[in-house]
Design a binder for this molecule. Sequence first.
Ligand code: 3HC
Length: 698
Amino acid sequence: MSDVVSYERDGDIAVITVDNPPVNALSLPVRAGLANAFAEFQQDANAKAAVLICAGRTFIAGADITEFDKPIEDPWLPTVVEQIESCSKVVVAAIHGTALGGGFETAMACHYRCALPSAKVGLPEVLLGLLAGATGTQRLPRLIGVKDALDVMISGKPMAAPLALERGAIDKIVDGDLRTGAIAYANSLISDNAQPRRISEIVINPASIPDRFFDDYRKGMARQTRGFFAPEQIVKCVEAAVTLPYAESVKRENELFMTCMASTESKAQRHLFFADREISKIPDVPKDTPTRSIEKVAIVGGGTMGGGIAMNFVNVGMPVQLKEINQEALDRGLSIIRGNYEVAVKNGRLSEAQLEKNMAMIDGTLDYADIAEADIVIEAVFENMALKKEIFATLDQTCKAGAILASNTSTLDIDEIAAATQRPQDVIGLHFFAPANIMTLLEIVRGAKTSKDVIATSMQMAKTIRKSAVLVGCCFGFVANRMFFPYIREAQLMILEGISPERIDQVAFDWGMAMGPNGVSDLSGLDVLEKVRTEWTERPDDPVFFRMITKLSEQGRMGQKSGAGIYKYEGRKAVPDPEVAKLAKAEAEALGVKQIEVSDEEIIERLFYSMINEGALILEEGIALRPSDIDVVYANGYGMGRYRGGPMWYADTVGLKNVRDAMLKYRDRYGDLYWTPAPLLEELANAGKTFDQWNLER
Ligand code: 3HC
């Protein structure tokens, strides 16, 4: 008998249990175990029906993603699900946790489905650049209708049990013990003489689908799915479900699944799936590192950033104290938070009552003494070292022993800030990304003296407030901004070279960024970027560096917030401004910058290879733990399309030799200040290796 799938009988009911921790993924032994168990059920004259159930925290959560890069071994999943469906006696799936992907496909092969009220079912393959290739794209439209099935598969969002019941994706909700309830359900089906119900036998009447339905659906999803490969393949599968006989459309699904599997986009998305989980593994801070209790949270600075940070805690039910310097600033901060919640109320995401409840969880104060008992204090004032040191010295005087003192600095030296206190072991960087209540990334900056329990507590706290936390070392700009500067630097230089900001942004957008570098600069605030430039004591000795940012902010053009920056703004709409082109030309003349024509390819290379080279330096210096951590930073913090896999993965797909050679081309043109390949890049390019291989081999 299989180690991971067991067969037993409970009266007339065969109970087939999958037990493959942690998430009962459908690895080869599970597929083989299921095939054997269902064969035994067919043969077992004493079993009148079967219940398929799982041990541990969840029903089957899908195919085993770690097997995807290996050759497929029999029995493969589509065969197993057909075997389950073809059983001549009733099969009931008993679902708890999450029945996802291949797990839900297995459940749909069962003739009836029951679930705990807390269970969820769905087909999230699209998030891995795949489609539900074990008949999921064929069964779900037959089960819940074409439109709802497409919505589920294109969004990848699971359905909670009550919604699944309403849509007919499950047949019954079981309260109490699942196994007992599922066996009772199977017995009741036998008493009612219920027959196996096979979804594959349902025929979708093509006449029930409105004319142009699929064209309209494609148009509707275009914005959300831009750049991704799998969504279109999913639509094609559902079209096949409507127009072709079941056996043929399953064949079509299989072909398209294989195409998705081989796509660069899917490989990148699968890489990020594991990268997102890898970030929590810190070699010298193991999972059992003791943590401090975090119940009382205080934030110093109630501006846009501080307010956004406060909302993260309030949203998970944790009260927050907000410390400001005067009543006016405090009132303004609170009103920004209220405004954000009001938008949520307007969009139907929050009730009026919840808004008031949330606001009541924020306690404003002007006095440091009031936050003396906080377990963690997060400083979120503007980027100025002298000010931050002053605040930390005060916190050191007032806060209780053992409190974590965190800075939301996006660039500055955590060790220097920590040195303003007598307790550098309690000081850490928590760099939130704007808007802090929305962006999921949190860069956790470890100082030279930060203690391990402070790191472990910060990582745990990030989970509580639903952030994806990447631990980084200390240097100017850490990982996120340090790699962002070369990207902005090149965008700035290109403007001086006569390339329009809107063209640069369009090329970056088409490549996969949520927004181009110039739009982002305007959104961040040119004054903020200028401040960062001036605070950066070791900035490049180069008058061209960030030139337009300096000149435009001198003119009071601070970006979106002042109605003009690199663009002019009509509301939030960016409009090209001839004045900026004029200024760029004059500055280029003054600085001796040549006007040039560039290809789209050059724009991409200069923006991203400069960023990647900085990433290679960061890896060499040990500022990031792994290349995949950098990829998570860019996918989660800067809206880099997940189908690119992050900058370091993208470099691997381009080939590091190609990246290095392009750098040398630009070094010939611009000199070696910015375009000297990092030693690690040089070494890997020469060895024909990738960052990913380097990471695995070291
Ligand atoms: N295959 C292999 N490993 C998996 C896995 C899978 N499908 N799903 C999760 N894991 C691993 C994770 O990598 C992690 O490993 P680690 O501890 O070594 O880092 C461990 O299981 C626990 O996962 P999480 O940390 O994510 O645990 P959570 O409790 O937070 O979440 C979950 C559980 C909701 C099931 C989440 O893991 C998840 O969403 N998994 C992916 C589900 C999915 O995408 N299924 C579709 C797969 S593709 C498919 O089925 C193709 C088919 O149509 C042919």
